[in-house]
Design a protein around this ligand. Structure first.
Ligand code: HEC
Ligand code: HEC
Length: 455
């Protein structure tokens, strides 16, 4: 089993190749001249800027609410952005990646009525729902290729994309790129039938020229669909790795740079987060795997004992879920079971879900807008999930395992975990936090939203 180091090397090579590609593409744009007035009458405008204003005219780089466009995107990133926001790339022409990953909501689900209930989004085809809450698509590009290390005799899995890590990154060298090939063809999401449908729509659409310029003129040829579909995914991953998606412009980032002070309560929250509340043992505050600013995840997996979300529409999705209310989300273990090399580790990982980044965890279009938290969206506020970490093992177990969050809070109990195996009781469950300390941790998490305006 190759170790972390080799994987990071692969990632670096990938990024380097990528950088070169973007540079080459910019050159190619000037040569073909179709899109950009290179060295034309506009004076010495930098190429990237000329490119980006042209993209704006194309409508592909339209301003997105909730992000600050500090830097122009490279052509590959701009292409990825056009794809990310393109609703035509779905069965009914009604759903893009952004439909479930909206920057104004921290790159997750933007429909409040869904967040307050089942928290799972409907696909392009009405009535078809998946089984989990969309996590943030931002900062996902920093996740290493799924691998394990041996930690005190147990295999510790790290990396991948999706709650269960199943977009491993082994195919395209980057989990986010592997991930990006999923939704278009997922019958519960964008629901197109095959890669040729996706590539065909792009090649017939308004940014077809950009696609060919970035990846090569032959990329729309019918015999190169498989290759083109990989390029689609790599373009999306490039956008997801861009400064527009991974912005690092939160109050906490500016605090780390010494540009702003935290309030007393935020500071208390940070201290709790690092200390008594143990949050940073998983949502780490050190540098990321490639030296990034803190990502607030270590990309490992854990079973927190999150209860079932009774409103998860998947329970009633008979076509895709014959088990009905007996269905349980077995997380990482279920995926490991599906692979001969990893199957021996499955049992020790049932119920574990990937530690999500907490960047943008409080980002919402307006104060009071409800977001859902956890892989199934059981929790409806940051306070309630903190309260769960604090009191999971203190309060009695609710009689009904299908008790909603609001009722559980009212009855002062917590429902049994969705998956009772492998529940972590070392780092959470009874933290002895006071009410003021719980609130301070929430205040700290509110400093993690990108787009903070320095006073
Ligand atoms: C119908 C809603 C929906 C659509 C459309 C959708 N996603 Fe997702 N996305 C999800 C859900 C749900 C998950 C988690 C699924 C799981 O873990 O099994 C997810 C997971 C992800 C992740 C993993 C993040 C991480 O940290 O592991 C990324 C990245 C992502 N989506 C990007 C995209 C891209 C790119 C597209 C368009 C090609 C897209 N999504 C379309 C709902 C959606
Ligand atoms: C043992 C590792 C671990 C520790 C310690 C930990 N977390 Fe988590 N956190 C996770 C995992 C794993 C999930 C996803 C669990 C799930 O959905 O089943 C998660 C989910 C969350 C979420 C939901 C994010 C989202 O996008 O849905 C928040 C908020 C959060 N944690 C905050 C905290 C805070 C605050 C603390 C300290 C009080 C803390 N965590 C301690 C591992 C940890």
């Amino acid at each position: 089993m190759p170790g972390t180091k080799q994987h990071l090397t692969t990632a670096t090579v990938f990024l380097r190749t990528f950088g070169t590609w973007a540079g080459a593409a910019l050159g190619a744009l000037c040569i073909t001249g179709g899109l950009v007035a290179c060295g034309g009458g506009a004076g010495d405008e930098p190429q990237a800027q000329a490119f980006s204003s042209d993209m704006r005219a194309l409508g592909a780089a339209k301003k997105v609410k909730g992000v600050n466009e500090a830097q122009a995107l490279t052509p590959t990133e701009a292409l990825g952005k056009a794809i990310f926001f393109d609703k035509s790339l779905s069965f009914n022409g009604n759903q893009s990646c952004a439909s479930c990953h909206d920057p104004a909501v921290g790159w997750t689900g933007p429909i409040e009525s869904i967040n307050t209930g089942g928290s799972v989004y409907e696909g392009s085809i009405p009535g078809r729902f998946g089984d989990r809450k969309p996590p943030s698509s931002a900062y996902a590009t920093s996740s290493p290729i799924l691998h394990y290390t041996i930690d005190e005799g147990d295999a510790l899995f790290i990396g991948g994309n999706f709650w269960d890590g199943r977009a491993t990154g082994e195919r395209l060298g980057n989990p986010a790129a592997d991930q990006a090939q999923g939704p278009f063809l997922n019958p519960l999401e964008q629901a197109l039938a095959m890669p040729a449908d996706v590539v065909g729509k792009i090649c017939a659409g308004e940014y077809a020229e950009l696609f060919k310029t970035v990846w090569g003129a032959g990329m729309c040829n019918a015999d190169r669909v498989a290759e083109a579909y990989d390029q689609v995914a790599l373009s999306i991953a490039a956008y997801e790795g861009s400064s527009e998606s991974n912005a690092y412009t939160s109050k906490y980032d500016y605090y780390l740079k010494g540009k702003v002070k935290l309030t007393k309560e935020e500071k208390l929250g940070l201290n709790m987060f690092k200390g008594k509340a143990k949050c940073s043992q998983c949502h780490v505050l050190g540098a990321g795997p490639n030296g990034e600013p803190p990502l607030l995840t270590d990309f490992t997996f854990d079973n927190l004992g999150v209860p079932r979300n009774p409103d998860n529409p998947f329970y009633l999705n008979a076509d895709f879920n014959p088990l009905g209310y007996d269905w349980v989300d077995m997380g990482l273990g279920k995926f490991l079971e599906s692979r001969a090399d990893y199957a021996p580790f499955a049992a020790a990982n049932f119920g574990k879900q990937k530690v999500p980044t907490l960047r943008n965890v409080d980002k919402r279009p307006h104060e009071g807008f409800v977001k859902a938290y956890g892989h199934n969206g059981y929790f409806k506020s940051l306070w309630s999930i903190v309260h769960f970490y604090n009191t999971r093992d203190v309060k009695p177990t609710c009689a009904d395992p299908f008790t909603r969050e609001a009722s559980a809070l009212a009855m002062n109990c917590w429902p049994a975990p969705e998956v009772p195996e492998n529940v972590n009781d070392e780092e959470l469950g009874n933290l002895h936090l006071t009410a003021a300390q719980e609130r301070a941790i929430v205040a700290f998490m509110r400093t993690l939203s990108d787009g903070y305006q320095l006073p």
